[in-house]
Structure formats: structure tokens, C-alpha cells
Design a protein around this ligand. Structure first.
Ligand code: THU
Length: 133
């Protein structure tokens, strides 16, 4: 089994544990840090709707806590009909910890469907280097 199979299994598990009673849209995300360690996240909604958080956000927090600072791969899965794609805010969050090598994988229920780069989904982005003077 490849690391992507491991990531897909962990992402499904995370998706199934999501707390999404309002949208009923469960999302799982798994990050592979540069160390090779895997970090999981799910979406967690709130009765005060804007206080909810995305799966990618949770996976990034776990990655930082685990000591990684760069994303080698991030895999995202949902239980929706259409292929899940990170929201705008999560694209920016992923951007912070990405390189040109970072692979972003979109999955359907059973398999990896598409792999893109951060430049493809967030062109002309603003990142840490933009703060240089
Ligand atoms: N959601 C994510 O977790 N990640 C995304 O990239 C898209 C949206 C969650 C937020 C909310 O709990 C639900 O999906 C519906 O928008």
C-alpha cells in the first residue's frame, strides 16, 4: 500500500467523524508533512454557523502541533456528490505551508480523482515572501 492509500483511509475515517449536523456535509483532510508524518482533520460545525471550522484547518493545526511546517501532500474527501475542493479561506491556509512541490489531492468516495498544485487553485497568491521589504 502506498502512502496515498494510507492517506485515503485516514481521510475517510476523519470524514466519518466530522461534526456537521447543520450542513450534513462531512469532510476529511489528511496532510503528509515533509517528515512523512500524517495529520488528520475533519470539519466541526457550530450552532452559531460562522464559528464552524474546515477539515483542512484542523489538519493544518495538527501538523503544526506535530512539528511539521511544510505540506508535501494534502488529501481531501467529502461525502458530497461533487468532488470536494478547498474553500477560498482554506486555499490561503494551505498556501501558507505549501511549496511548488506540494500536491493537493481531491478524492471521491473510493479513489483519488485529481491532483493539483497550489498555484493552480490559488494563482497570484499572497504568501509569507510578500511581506519581505
Ligand atoms: N468544508 C470543509 O471542511 N472544507 C472545505 O474546503 C469546504 C467546506 C466544510 C465546512 C462546513 O462544515 C461544510 O463543509 C459545508 O460547507
Amino acid at each position: 500500500m502506498s502512502y496515498l492509500d494510507d492517506m485515503l483511509n485516514l481521510a475517510k475515517d476523519a470524514m466519518n467523524k466530522a461534526y456537521a449536523p447543520y450542513s450534513k456535509y462531512n469532510v476529511g483532510a489528511v496532510i503528509r508533512g515533509e517528515s512523512g508524518k500524517l495529520y488528520c482533520g475533519c470539519n466541526v460545525e457550530n450552532a452559531a454557523y460562522p464559528s464552524g471550522s474546515c477539515a483542512e484547518q484542523a489538519a493544518i493545526s495538527a501538523m503544526i502541533l506535530g512539528g511539521d511546517i511544510k505540506i508535501s501532500d494534502i488529501l481531501i474527501i467529502s461525502d458530497g456528490k461533487a468532488l470536494v475542493s478547498p474553500c477560498g479561506a482554506c486555499r490561503q491556509r494551505i498556501r501558507e505551508f505549501s511549496t511548488s512541490e506540494t500536491k493537493i489531492h481531491f478524492c471521491s468516495k473510493d479513489k483519488l480523482e485529481q491532483t493539483v498544485s497550489i498555484a493552480e487553485i490559488l494563482p497570484y497568491s499572497f504568501g509569507p515572501e510578500n511581506l519581505d521589504k
